[in-house]
Ligand binder design. Structure first.
Ligand code: PEP
Ligand code: MG
Length: 566
């Protein structure tokens, strides 16, 4: 059975449409009239930008502003001075526009594809989309249109770029399968927004399917069934009904307080990566933002964003959220997050290297710029600052001292900011866990980053499949670490949240209720499901389960036990 990554949940049952891209083949030519060829290139870019603007407008109408921004980003990319300059140079050297532009894009695609973090890697897909669009305009080739597909269609493609997603009629498409792409690709984000079940990263899918073949797409498990038999069809229809029923059930939790069965109230906030995502938080009924990953503001840039640019981004999120909390995490770079514009040195062991708070404390100007922008944004909402990857007390003290210094500076410049802004820290290293009591004396709040805490406790890289069996937040060591951190925060009366993926895991939730977590920070689509999970437990029931779990010795025993109880 073909399998990939389920990126947009739900079950789709329909007939395959194999999307074959029109060929963009051309014969490279030597040009002599380079002026005319340069003009041809710019005409094609203009054509691409105007077509893309039309698509973006359509997307804004059908989906929303932040989705349309994905395509607007393509326009910005197509006009990138670096891209233009390099292409123009090659044309002046006698290359035809097609070959020159393709070469320059290919270089950029290579750089993005070689990045270690998934987010940057996915930007290669955006460059490819721009590359194809401009080449199409140069060659006068029409794009494949997906707007006329019949109802109950499952689109199967090697790659489905965002520009093509804009053409899709949501009522007609019941599933998407692609050979490339992952959870963080723009197309995956769009599939989620359109609520179309989607599976990406399915190897050799295009050779395995035929046009018109019946197919089942399970966007939750990533499974695909080709030409299903009667039993498989019946099972999937059942599953689809259950899924839809659950969606309806979840709606009952919209607008409700997040509380356990015995009335303990929790904060249920969201993780975001862009200011526009704050709108999605409100749409999903999130109560604020527990983690704004600011590194995404730096990712696609050729130079780091200025104080004003950052202020605008943070202010936008703060204003959207109104008085709801907005925790802005300072730059968490290095490790798996490479930022090309900062030209960080390659390291032997980047996860144990010069990253996150360590990098920021040594690159004062970069850190000052970001902290000033956050402080200034605090005048527009309920903003807090959070430092990532803390391992010792000195880092918190040094970071806080800088915040204090900048507050005095802003004050002297008569620039408004929140005088009582809170400064919290991410608890995501074993070192921080071991000194949680000392750190609780320094920080205004904790947020447990289980994605890294699991890796740093188990000494297992979260992206390495060979050690994936070790990487689990249900490892007894990680659970003890989480318990220790929450206990220290509770004893020092500071709020303690969790913003790692584990916060949304139904099996983890009773343990967190019992340990005394005060805030769950999850992805926007998980809000209602997490609220429902929390509402299911009383403290006493959660304590009973947790006592049993904490006496077990292996993650498998723990998972089996929790599975049997849920
Ligand atoms: C974490 O480590 O759990 C976390 C939330 O941070 P990130 O995933 O951005 O490293
Ligand atoms: Mg982390």
């Amino acid at each position: 059975m073909p399998k990939g990554t389920g990126v947009s949940s739900g079950i789709g049952i329909g007939r395959v449409y194999r999307m074959e891209e029109h060929t963009l083949a051309y014969t490279p030519r030597q040009v002599t009239d380079t002026e005319a060829e340069t003009k041809r290139f710019y005409d094609a870019v203009r054509q691409f930008c105007s077509d893309t603007q039309v698509q973006a407008n359509k997307m804004q109408q059908n989906m929303g502003d932040s989705e349309a921004d994905i395509l607007r980003g393509h326009i910005t990319l197509a006009k990138d001075p670096l891209l233009w300059g390099e292409t123009e140079k090659r044309i002046h050297d006698g290359e035809c526009a097609e070959a020159a532009f393709e070469y320059v894009c290919r270089q950029l695609i290579q750089v993005f594809s070689a990045a270690e973090d998934d987010m940057t890697k996915q930007r290669a897909a955006d460059v490819k989309d721009v590359q194809s669009g401009v080449l199409r305009a140069l060659l006068g080739v029409q794009a494949v249109s997906l707007s006329e597909l019949p109802t109950d269609t499952v689109i199967c493609a090697k790659e489905l770029p965002p520009s093509m997603m804009a053409e899709i009629r949501k009522e007609h498409i019941v599933g998407i399968i692609t050979e490339t792409g992952s959870d963080t690709s723009h197309s995956a984000i769009l599939a989620k927004v359109m609520e179309i079940p989607a599976v990406m990263g399915v190897p050799h899918m295009m050779t395995a399917v035929q046009n018109g073949e019946q197919v089942i797409v399970d966007g939750s498990t990533g499974e695909i069934i080709l030409s299903p038999d009667k039993t498989q069809l019946a099972n999937s229809r059942n599953k689809r009904e259950l899924f839809l029923q659950e969606q309806r059930e979840l709606e009952k939790f919209r607008g409700k307080l997040t509380a356990s069965a015995d009335g303990m109230v929790y904060a249920l906030v969201c993780n975001i990566g862009k200011p526009e995502d704050a709108v999605k938080v409100l749409e999903a009924d999130g109560e604020g933002v527990g983690l704004f990953r600011t590194e995404f503001l730096f990712m696609d840039k050729t130079v780091a964003p200025t104080e004003e640019e950052q202020l605008e981004a943070y202010r936008k999120a703060a204003v959207t959220l109104d008085c709801r909390p907005l925790i802005i995490r300072t730059l968490d770079i290095g490790g798996d997050k490479n930022i090309p514009c900062l030209a960080m040195e390659k390291e032997e062991n980047p996860f144990l290297g010069f990253r996150a708070i360590r990098y920021c404390l040594k690159h004062r100007e970069l850190f000052r710029t970001q902290l000033r922008a956050i402080l200034r944004a605090s005048a527009f909402g309920n903003v807090s600052i959070m430092f990532p990857l803390i391992t010792c007390v000195e880092e918190v003290r040094e970071g806080k001292a800088l915040v204090k210094e900048l507050m005095a500076e802003l004050e002297s410049q008569h620039i408004p900011f929140d005088q009582h802004i809170k400064v919290g820290i991410m608890m995501e290293t074993a070192a921080a866990g071991m000194i949680a009591d000392l750190l609780a004396e320094e920080a205004d709040f904790f947020s447990i980053g289980t994605n890294d805490l699991t890796g740093y406790t188990m000494a297992a890289d979260r992206g390495n499949s060979n050690v994936a069996y070790l990487y689990s937040a249900f490892q007894p060591s990680v659970l003890r670490m989480i318990q220790t951190i929450i206990k220290a925060a509770n004893e020092h009366h500071i709020p303690v949240g969790m913003c790692g993926e584990a916060a949304a895991d139904p099996m983890m939730i009773p343990l967190l209720v019992s340990f005394g977590l005060t805030e769950f920070s999850v992805s926007a689509p998980s809000v209602l499901r997490v609220r429902k999970c929390i509402a299911r437990w009383t403290k006493q029931q959660a304590d009973t389960i947790t006592a049993a779990v904490m006496s077990l010795s292996t993650q498998q025993e723990i998972k089996d036990f929790l599975n049997s109880r849920l």
